[in-house]
Structure formats: structure tokens, C-alpha cells
Design a protein around this ligand. Structure first.
Ligand code: PHE
Length: 322
């Protein structure tokens, strides 16, 4: 403030210079300009004096003293978000498989027909390729890879990783998959799967049984048994349906497992030799198994969620419970 005062009213101030210029004016001009500038000068001097006093009298302490400030009032807590139940379980699955030496891989959600079907030994007329199951992207067909689709399972990543890394291989691929389906409590057009693939020498299904029993036991924190039933998937031979012992009754039979003692869990099997070949791996030298389970279904089983749509419809009343 004082600087500003000197700048205007000081010896070399702007107003002082104007006042000095008055002497060069005519007599009449001298009178009017002289009177006016004197008025301006005195009123500015007053204003400066007033303002400087006012500033000297106010201090931060004085200002704060005017309003009552209660330091014992609790602060405002910031609302923190948290990890979605699907991601929580996915992270746990990744952790357990990593500890067993599996690498966590990724694959594209928009796939070619080749990787989603043909490379996996699913011929053109297989029902899985029906328009009703698959979302097609409007795209030109390419000679070797066909049209673009939204992947209907994570299995195309089997071929992509075999092509890229060769054998031996030990991977899981968690990811989002899409099916052209009507939605209800147990079906959604978008859901999550986890693919597993192990390729090495002298690999058998007993390794798969051991790995899955170990995985589920660690995931659920209680002993879990695994059983195999025959199943059909074009990309495995032999193919399997894999169940695990009911967590509630531990295999004795209850309402949750419909008195069977078992929960249906996933598809699996020994990787078909056509699939190994598509991945550039020699079936005479290497073999392995693959599995695919629904991460979404696993989350539902784990937290006893009875409607799949709750997981993706962003209702905070639901999400905040996890
Ligand atoms: N891709 C199959 C499905 O989506 C699951 C599967 C994966 C089966 C790997 C066998 C081997 O149903």
C-alpha cells in the first residue's frame, strides 16, 4: 500500500508529475486544472491514510477471533472407494496361480473367428458359432482369420500364447467374454472367465486334479475335493466337466448342491492335438491340459449372490457390502 502511495503521490509520483506540468498551461487552464488536481490529491491522501491505518489494525489473529472456531469438531471424512468383488476374487485367483508358477496373460476382447473358433478345432458348422451365441463386429472378412467377433470365451488366448511363447507354458488368462444371450438371474451377455493352460513333457490329468484341488482349497480356506466327469469341448480330448465338493456340506449333500455333494465348476481336458498344432507346438513332443471356469460364477458362489446382474449394474447399495 505504501509503495502504491509513493508511486502516485511521491516526489516522482505520477500525480506529482502532472501537478508540475500545470505551470506550462494558460492562466485559465491553470485555474480549473489546478483546483481539480488539488481536490484529487487531497482525497487520495485521505484515502491512503485511512486504508493504511485500517490494514495496520487488522491481523490474522483478530480476524479469526471474530468467528468462533471449535477445534474439537471431527473433520470431514473423505469417502474412499474400494475394489469391486469381481476384481477382488480375480486378484486372489491370480495370486494363488502365480504362487504355483503360472504367468498371468491377457488376450483381446475383439477376436477373429479364427482364434475364437477354427484354431480351437471348432468347425464352421459347430453350434457354438451360431449367430445366437456370438456377437459379430461389422467388418470385412479376411481370408485367413474370418470376421471379427467379441470373444465368446477366453480360450483363444491358448493359441495366441502358444504362438508367442511356445512350450513349455504355464499360464492363466482372466478376462471378459461375451455371448449373445437373453439376460436373467444366472445369464448375462457379458461375464468373466479364467482360462488355464499348462504345456510340458509328460503332463497328465492327475496334474490338473492336483492343481485345481490346491487352488480351490487355498481360495476357500478349507479342504476342497475335485472330481472329473466326461464332457465335450472340441478343443480338448479327452474333455472333462470338473466339479468340486460342496463347501456347505463338504460332500454329504444339502440344498445348495441339490443333494449331490458337488458343485459344477468348469470345463477342461487334454489340449487337442489340432490346437497344439495351431499354436505351433509339436504334439509328439509336448502335451498339456487346459481349463476354463466362470470367474463371475465363482464370485457368486463365494458371496452367495443369487443374481448375476447385481455384479455389473453399479448399484452402490449392493457394491458397498463387499
Ligand atoms: N472355453 C470353454 C467354455 O467357455 C471352457 C473350456 C476351456 C473347456 C478350456 C475346456 C478347456 O465353456
Amino acid at each position: 500500500m505504501q509503495n502504491l502511495e509513493t508511486e502516485i503521490l511521491g516526489r516522482k509520483g505520477k500525480l506529482t508529475l502532472i501537478l508540475r506540468g500545470i505551470k506550462d498551461l494558460s492562466d485559465e487552464e491553470k485555474r480549473t486544472v489546478g483546483q481539480l488536481s488539488n481536490k484529487v490529491k487531497t482525497s487520495l491522501e485521505k484515502e491512503f491514510e485511512h486504508k493504511i491505518k485500517e490494514l495496520e489494525n487488522t491481523s490474522i489473529e483478530k480476524e479469526l477471533g471474530k468467528t468462533f472456531f471449535d477445534t474439537t469438531i471431527p473433520g470431514k471424512t473423505r469417502q474412499l472407494g474400494h475394489i469391486h468383488p469381481l476384481s477382488q476374487v480375480q486378484e486372489e485367483v491370480e495370486r494363488i496361480f502365480s504362487q504355483m508358477g503360472f504367468a498371468v496373460m491377457d488376450g483381446p476382447e475383439v477376436e477373429s473367428e479364427y482364434y475364437n473358433f477354427e484354431g480351437l478345432n471348432i468347425p464352421k458348422d459347430h453350434p457354438a458359432r451360431d449367430m445366437q451365441d456370438t456377437f459379430f463386429i461389422q467388418s470385412k472378412e479376411d481370408q485367413s482369420h474370418g470376421k471379427l467377433v467379441l470373444r465368446t470365451h477366453t480360450s483363444p488366448a491358448q493359441i495366441r500364447t502358444m504362438e508367442k511363447y511356445g512350450a513349455p507354458l504355464r499360464i492363466i488368462v482372466p478376462g471378459r467374454v461375451f455371448r449373445y444371450e437373453a439376460t436373467d438371474a444366472s445369464h448375462d451377455a457379458t461375464f468373466y472367465q479364467v482360462e488355464g493352460l499348462l504345456i510340458d513333457k509328460d503332463i497328465s490329468l492327475s496334474h490338473l486334479k492336483g492343481v485345481m484341488a490346491q487352488f480351490l482349497t487355498r481360495l476357500f480356506g478349507q479342504p476342497v475335493k475335485v472330481r472329473f466327469r466326461p464332457g465335450y469341448f472340441p478343443f480338448v480330448e479327452p474333455g472333462l466337466e470338473v466339479d468340486f465338493s460342496c463347501l456347505l456340506c463338504e460332500g454329504k449333500g444339502c440344498r445348495v448342491c441339490k443333494h449331490s455333494g458337488w458343485m459344477e465348476f468348469m470345463g477342461a481336458g487334454m489340449v487337442h492335438e489340432n490346437v497344439l498344432k495351431a499354436g505351433g507346438i509339436n504334439p509328439k513332443e509336448y502335451q498339456g491340459w487346459a481349463f476354463g471356469f466362470g470367474l463371475t460364477r465363482l464370485v457368486m458362489m463365494r458371496y452367495k449372490i443369487d443374481d448375476i446382474r447385481l455384479l455389473t449394474n453399479s448399484d452402490l447399495r449392493f457394491i458397498k457390502q463387499f
